[in-house]
Design a binder for this molecule. Structure first.
Ligand SMILES: Cc1ncc(C[n+]2csc(CCOP(=O)(O)OP(=O)(O)O)c2C)c(N)n1
Ligand SMILES: [Mg+2]
Length: 548
């Protein structure tokens, strides 16, 4: 047994089932150890995609995903994925190779100080210097990646350590860890604040989407009957059509959902993580904010809670509900605004203009996706429309990145979701810009054999930036490009492609793609004139009507 064998045994001990990545010659001992292990090596076509996939594994399961690359160039390709997992709080373990450390037979060829590079992008970055340290280091890496606030860790395995005979060091057995519940006096204080509120509102933030939390959160909302809204990454964390959903804060202010936020006198912010674009801007005259989280709030100019309930979120909310159930006569005060807010959001969803408008696309996607179907977004203009307009009833069924907000993650994250949930419909939604950043992963998707539909919104532009450019009064410049013929492009990968030719064509195109199984690409032309019409002019007029 050598260092690489011991590392792979330690990964098996952690329950790792797959490793995503692209090895180099420095990893060959590791590759050989993997060949003889129970772990599946899933080769991607770019390391960035491997990191996005491993991070999404962590996000969807709560257990770290693992990725592997060579030294220098391969390892550097992980950095965007590391930041994606760090900002997005997704548990992930990255393993990279390195030249030998006891001698330097190739001088400095390809050598980059990856541990230093990864330090600000991870919760922990370590070089493995001897096989004997591997069992403890790997256990620590998984523990650090997984514990709140979850995120990426990095282990570097030099070529000579990988090949060195390993002493008989026992592996460290993982065990479950229960996080403490909030203190009784903090619970009493929080309960008193909520009892006093005239117009309470719950906000569900990114940490509300932790896989283990969904049922406790839904119970809390159902027991108290306080209406709720969510941040973009908190979507879907309350199960079922509770009748209490007030909307999603896709913009920071002035959207219809802010009619409710601005009138609330107490916001119970559950799991809010300030990596997200602010769902509302706290002001000094604004509502009281009670932060409920695994960890204390980070204080920002736009987020400075007045009280905090820190501890295991599910159990703490249970204890809070015990103190409040049946005692909140004003719980539903803001519900009178609900119908109007949701009616505005649903407007124009059936418009038959071609190219399609974003509202129609969101509406039609919802129509073909079952409640547990998973939509994985890349980053572009449509993210605002999906966050705002796509209704979710099951946790983690609209996967979007409102933290690093990187382009290129849509397709890899969808491949991962499809691998984890072969029985559910999975749809990647990408702009023509973002899709082309990692489109080579169509080959990975078809090789691993997932059922996956990729919807490409085609405006031949970096639409989001083009819109901001116009909104800021700049001339239209530099944001357009040409595209390949996406149907021909798909067929070059041996996957099926189709093009939506009319507004009524989208639903049947998606239905056919899902029914045929395998990987499909569906290109749909999008008309982004609605961006300014709704998100600027209509909202401005609405605000004037409110008299502000
Ligand atoms: C890796 C990366 N590069 C640049 C950006 C800045 N950016 C945000 S949205 C966007 C345009 C996206 O274009 P596209 O994917 O075509 O989507 P569209 O907005 O046109 O629907 C850009 C360039 C980013 N978020 N991530
Ligand atoms: Mg575009």
């Amino acid at each position: 047994m050598n260092g690489a064998d011991l590392l792979v045994a330690a990964l098996e001990n952690e329950g790792a089932e797959q490793i995503f990545g692209i090895p180099g010659e420095e990893n060959l001992a590791m590759v050989e150890a993997l060949r003889r292990s129970s772990i599946r090596l899933v080769i991607t076509r770019h390391e960035q995609a491997a990191a996005f996939m491993a991070a999404t594994h962590g996000r969807l399961t709560g257990r770290p995903g693992v990725c592997l690359t060579t030294l220098g160039p391969g390892a550097l390709n992980l950095t965007t994925g590391a930041a994606y997992a760090l900002l997005g709080a997704m548990p992930m373990v990255m393993i990279t190779g390195q030249k030998g450390i006891l001698s330097r037979k190739q001088a400095r060829f390809q050598v980059v100080d990856m541990v230093s590079t990864m330090r600000p992008l991870t919760k922990m970055a370590h070089q493995i210097v001897s096989p004997a340290t591997i069992p403890a280091l790997v256990r620590d890496a998984f523990r650090v990646a997984q514990q709140e606030r979850p995120g990426p860790v990095h282990l570097e395995l030099p070529e000579d350590v990988a090949g060195e005979p390993a002493p008989k060091v026992p592996l460290v057995t993982p065990h479950p860890i229960e996080v403490p519940v909030a203190q009784p006096n903090a619970l009493d204080r929080a309960a008193a604040l909520i009892l006093k509120a005239e117009r309470p509102l719950i906000m569900l933030g990114a940490a509300a989407s932790r896989p283990r939390l969904s049922s406790a959160l839904s119970d809390f909302v159902r027991r108290l009957q306080i209406p709720f809204f969510n941040t973009q990454m908190g979507k879907g964390s309350v199960a079922g059509g509770s009748g209490l959903y007030m909307g999603t804060a896709a913009l920071s202010e002035r959207d219809y959902v802010h009619d409710a936020i601005d009138r609330a006198d107490l916001i119970i912010a559950i799991g809010h993580d300030t990596v997200e674009k602010p769902p509302f801007l706290m002001g000094h005259k604004g509502p009281i904010v009670l932060h409920v989280g695994y960890l204390p709030a980070t204080i920002e100019e736009v987020y400075f809670p007045h009280a905090e309930l820190i501890g295991d979120v599910g159990l703490s909310l249970g204890a809070l509900a015990e103190r409040l159930e049946g005692r909140l006569s004003k719980a539903g005060a803001l519900l009178t605004l609900r119908e109007e807010i949701l009616a505005h959001i649903e407007a124009r969803a059936d418009e038959s203009r071609y190219p399609l408008i974003p509202q129609r696309i969101v509406h039609d996607v919802r129509k073909v996706m079952p409640e547990d179907g998973i939509v994985c977004l890349d980053n572009g203009m449509y993210k605002i429309w999906f966050a705002r307009n796509y209704r979710t009833r099951v946790a983690n069924t609209l996967l979007l990145d409102n933290a690093l907000a990187t382009m290129g993650a849509g397709l890899p994250s969808a491949i991962m979701a499809a691998m984890l949930h072969p029985d559910r419909r999975v749809l990647a939604v990408c702009g023509d810009g973002g899709f082309m950043m990692n489109s080579q992963e169509l080959e990975t998707a078809s090789r691993v054999g997932v059922n996956l539909v990729v919807l490409i919104l085609q405006d031949n532009a970096f639409g989001m930036i083009r819109w901001k450019q116009a909104a800021d009064g700049f001339p239209d410049f530099g944001m357009t490009f040409g595209n390949p013929d996406f149907v021909a492009y798909a067929s070059a990968y041996g996957v099926k492609g189709s093009r939506v030719q009319s507004a009524d064509d989208l639903v049947p195109a998606l239905e056919t793609a899902f029914a045929e199984r395998g990987v499909h690409v569906v290109a749909v032309p999008v008309d982004y004139a609605e961006n300014s019409r709704v998100l600027i002019h209509e909202l401005r007029a609405h605000l004037e009507n409110r008299g502000e």
